[in-house]
Design a protein around this ligand. Structure first.
Ligand code: SF4
Length: 375
């Protein structure tokens, strides 16, 4: 059954009700399956009943992560190539209706940004754009990718959803990973957050990770925008999506991110705020559900939170991020998507990791083994 049909059968209200019915013994049972959880286990770990077991969840999640990944954290940095966007996502600073300076980096500007970023030590770069098929469509992305693979052993992408054949084209150019967040699995409310533009098409977005699997992209990143809807329900459905994809596209690797709504010009307050404690519950629930999945935490979160949370299940972190096109070589505050909460330099983040006994991994060996090394 396609995941879309499965989702239709998983009514959000029923998930909330079942989550509230989970008991302490359900949580204990889920802990006994740590690393290889069932859907029922994930629901228990995300439930209110699990709040009392948070210390245990954190300890077991940390142990599992150390066993599987060692004391390492992969570092990456976003490169915003464009803030042009035809969509109207109500929570985003790049919203088409938001009056702001717009920019699409030229090849020369992209080169400048790449050199600045390479000088910081990064081997993994994340290409980011708004959605603008005319100004930053496949042809633009392909050229930028071609340019960036000359500087970086691993290039990933967070842009508009594309067709399978387009992903195949980009995979041939060296694209390794695509992050595509569903924002919310609540189909009825999705339209409210995405009232116009191509992103209003819930189903096309939902099916994007499947197209990535078909296209042979190495890794697909999933997630929801925390704060839009009930986080327990949306996170449970993310887990079900992950399981579906792992079953049908088992050659693909997967990653889950935990973006929480951040302030931007025009502010959109969270409808369902997620506390720090709840975010820790969510991160550790995912690790207990799946011992192998990459869990990523970005600079949307504060230094204080990241310094604590990364030790409890996270395997990948961004560092030194700017969310504006050209932000590494030419700072202009009017172009940014959202405020970055952890403003530390990459070297400061590395020092923090080393201080806690961790090693910062600048290069992703998956990408190097796949692509045959630096181009
Ligand atoms: S979230 Fe993405 S698609 Fe939506 S307005 Fe922002 S940049 Fe555009």
């Amino acid at each position: 059954m396609p995941f879309y049909d499965q989702l239709q059968a998983l009514a959000g209200e029923q998930i909330q009700k079942k989550s509230r019915q989970k008991t302490h013994s359900d949580v204990k049972k889920a802990l006994s399956h740590a690393g290889k959880g069932t859907p029922d286990d994930l629901m228990a770990l995300l439930s209110p009943a699990a709040e009392k077991e948070l210390e245990t969840m954190a300890r077991v999640s940390r142990e599992l992560t150390l066993k599987r990944f060692g004391k390492t954290i992969s570092l990456y940095i976003p490169l915003y190539l464009s803030n042009e966007c035809v969509n109207s996502c109500v929570y985003c600073g790049f919203n088409h209706h938001n009056k702001m300076q717009r920019a699409v980096l030229t090849p020369r500007q992209t080169e400048e940004e790449a050199k600045q970023i390479r000088a910081m030590g990064f081997g993994h770069i994340l290409m980011v754009t708004g959605e603008h098929p005319q100004k930053a469509g496949l042809s633009y992305l392909r050229k930028a990718l071609h340019q960036l693979t000359r500087h970086f052993p691993l290039v990933s992408m967070e842009v508009q959803p594309l067709d399978t054949s387009e992903y195949q084209t980009l995979a041939r150019e060296g694209l390794n990973t695509v992050y595509i967040y569903q924002e919310t699995y609540h189909r009825g409310h999705y339209r409210h957050y995405h009232p116009a533009g191509p992103k209003a098409d819930f189903t096309y977005r939902l099916e994007t990770p499947e197209r990535l699997g078909k296209a042979g992209i190495h890794k697909a990143g999933l997630g929801v925008l925390l704060g839009l809807e009930d986080w327990r329900t949306d996170s449970f459905l993310t887990g079900m999506h992950l399981r579906y994809l792992q079953k049908h596209y088992w050659r693909t690797q997967y990653s889950v991110s935990f973006p929480r709504l951040r302030p931007f010009a025009g502010n959109y307050p969270p409808n369902h705020p997620v506390s720090d404690r709840q975010l820790i519950q969510l991160i550790t629930a995912y690790r207990l559900f799946d011992e192998n999945v990459e869990l990523a935490l970005s600079t949307r979160e504060s230094a204080r939170f990241r310094d604590h949370a990364f030790q409890l299940g996270i395997t990948s972190m961004s560092a030194g991020s700017s969310t504006q096109p050209g932000g590494y070589s030419n700072q202009k505050d009017q172009l940014e998507q959202f405020e970055v909460a952890d403003n530390r330099l990459p070297a400061q983040i590395v020092a923090m990791l080393v201080n806690k006994g961790y090693e910062a991994v600048w290069k992703n060996w998956d990408g190097i083994l796949q692509g045959g090394g630096m181009r």
